[in-house]
Ligand binder design. Structure first.
Ligand SMILES: *Cc1c(COP(=O)(O)O)cnc(C)c1O
Length: 384
């Protein structure tokens, strides 16, 4: 057909548009996950040029990828080709890094995709999943998507999990328990004894170790995976390896879950750029670990700085962020936020965190970021 006759074929009466939607998708139950504001949106909202903004709201690494990862991305000549469907080199590198065989490893487009995959495998409408709040809110969105129910057991005053309450809340509909360790946003890890007790329930226990590399036990609970049929550990390159923009995560699963996951997943969960950068990171682990060490040192300094203000109560953290409670008798969250924003500081605020009020979470950045933050906090006038 010539272009002209093609056009008239498309404009036959059958193609006339209609006001009626062909099908109404079932979306009323969804609860979208809202990530921290992007640099671009913040810059547009405040009028502060993007290169004057200090972004400490999404726990990204201020150091970015190790130099050899960037080099690999520049040098690669085959972006026209699909990734290796077996993801062999990255799987082998993760295997060396974690000490687990490849048969336990499932890669994902960020660990968020691994979460979605697990939820889709194990949660049907009406099922229950248990978590301990405050914690990562993506678990809630993922659960709503499945039309399942997330049972939130409040953490104790010190943010540790209330094990007895968790055990008391297990119903016949419970399928999984998900806990983040170190926990986002409170920064405390899950003690091994608590994990072992939870594993005895026989439910699938998911431990989200997005921040484990910054903790006092940087190898986390990976070593337990081969010994339990119901333990799942989730990891990511987004935080410690500085690859958030490339979306590379992985799960460490018992083999029976790996088989199910491989059948449910589409091929090529991780793209070529993600493969290259994550593999290069693991092949230059000393450099990546050096950056993690800088962040840990800066975390201690930041914690000390925050504790120096009478209206801030920072919580000890094993992640690359610090959560602090703002004493609203002295400073309102609003006033705090607007002062920070005037100084180009993008932080994460929690007006209400599972029944507790007025929190701010600060990602650990460069030393100069801590200094700029301190200068901005100095400008706050206390009202009492
Ligand atoms: C940042 C974060 C993730 C990471 O998600 P990616 O999809 O891998 O970027 C996972 N879990 C928690 C608790 C996080 O804070």
């Amino acid at each position: 057909m010539k272009p002209d006759s093609m056009k008239s074929a498309l404009l036959t009466p059958h193609a006339v548009t209609s006001d009626r939607r062909p099908h109404q998708p079932d979306i009323d139950h969804l609860l979208p996950y809202t990530p921290g504001e992007s640099l671009q949106t913040f810059s547009q909202r405040t009028g502060i040029p993007a290169n004057n903004v200090i972004k400490l709201n999404a726990n990204e690494s201020p150091y970015g990828p190790v130099p050899s990862a960037l080099q690999m991305l520049r040098d690669h000549a085959w972006y026209n080709q699909y990734p290796d469907v077996q993801a062999q080199s990255l799987t082998e590198a993760i295997s060396r890094y974690t000490g687990l065989e490849g048969a336990h490893i499932v890669l994902g487009h960020g660990s968020m995709e691994v979460i979605r995959l697990l939820w889709s495998l194990f949660l049907s409408p009406g099922d229950e999943i248990i978590t301990c709040s405050p914690t990562f809110s993506l678990y809630t969105s993922a659960t709503r998507e499945r039309k399942a129910y997330l049972r939130n057991i409040p953490r104790r005053a010190d943010y540790s999990i209330d094990l007895a309450a968790v055990l008391a809340e297990l119903t016949p509909a419970a399928r999984m328990i998900v806990l983040c360790s170190p926990n986002n946003p409170t920064g405390n890890p899950l003690p091994e004894d608590d994990l072992l007790t939870l594993l005895k329930t026989g439910l699938i226990v998911v431990v989200d170790e997005a921040y484990v590399e910054f903790s006092s036990h940087p190898t986390g609970y990976a070593h337990l995976v081969p010994h339990y049929q119901n333990l799942v550990v989730m990891r990511t390159f987004s935080k410690w390896a500085g690859l958030a923009g490339l979306r590379v995560g992985y799960g460490l699963f018992p083999q029976w879950i790996v088989s199910a996951a491989r059948q449910a997943q589409y091929p090529f969960a991780v793209n070529v750029a993600g493969h290259l950068a994550a593999t290069a990171t693991l092949n230059h682990l000393d450099e990546a670990r050096e950056r993690v060490q800088w962040i840990i040192e800066e975390r201690e300094r930041l914690s000390h700085v925050l504790a120096g203000y009478p209206f801030l109560n920072p919580i000890p953290s094993e992640g690359n962020f610090i959560l602090a409670r703002i004493d609203h008798q002295q400073v309102s969250l609003c006033q705090f936020q607007s002062t920070m924003e005037k100084h180009g500081l993008l932080l994460r605020y929690f007006p209400l965190l599972d029944g507790r009020h007025d929190y701010v979470r600060v990602t650990v950045g460069l030393p100069e970021h801590t200094t700029r933050l301190a200068e901005a906090i100095e400008q706050i006038r206390v009202t009492v």
